[in-house]
Design a protein around this ligand. Structure first.
Ligand code: HEC
Length: 103
């Protein structure tokens, strides 16, 4: 895990991502693969899946949807649970990943 974190920092800096606060799409990809992909898909996500697609959607919309699920102003038994375990950083990272994918 440590090696993974180090190598993502290295890759991020090689790609010219300068800010330490920049969303980390590599960390976002890891969350997507481990958690979200079961329902929302990951590579060419969600085509034909019975869940809302996330790929290429507006980042601000997706982030606010996750925060609403987390504070339960938007209700969904499934998403309230999942978003409840995400930090702001996790949300920024996973949305940075999905919003950059081609729909
Ligand atoms: C067990 C299945 C499941 C998993 C895993 C899951 N979701 Fe969802 N997700 C859903 C369902 C079902 C909905 C629609 C809920 C509703 O009616 O609001 C949804 C809705 C969403 C929405 C709102 C989309 C829209 O069009 O408004 C976002 C954003 C989202 N999920 C992000 C994620 C992220 C990020 C993860 C991983 C951290 C994740 N989901 C994991 C089932 C899942």
């Amino acid at each position: 895990m440590r090696l993974f974190a180090l190598s993502s920092v290295l890759i991020a800096s090689l790609c010219g991502i300068q800010s330490a606060n920049a969303a980390n799409i590599y960390a976002g990809h890891a969350i997507a693969a481990a958690v979200c992909a079961q329902c929302h898909g990951i590579v060419n996500p969600s085509a034909g899946a019975p869940f809302p697609p996330l790929a290429g959607r507006d980042a601000e919309y997706l982030k606010s949807a996750l925060k609403q699920y987390r504070d339960k102003t938007r209700e969904s038994d499934i998403m309230n649970n999942i978003a409840g375990s995400l930090s702001d950083k996790d949300i920024n990272n996973v949305i940075a990943y999905y919003s950059r994918l081609k729909p």
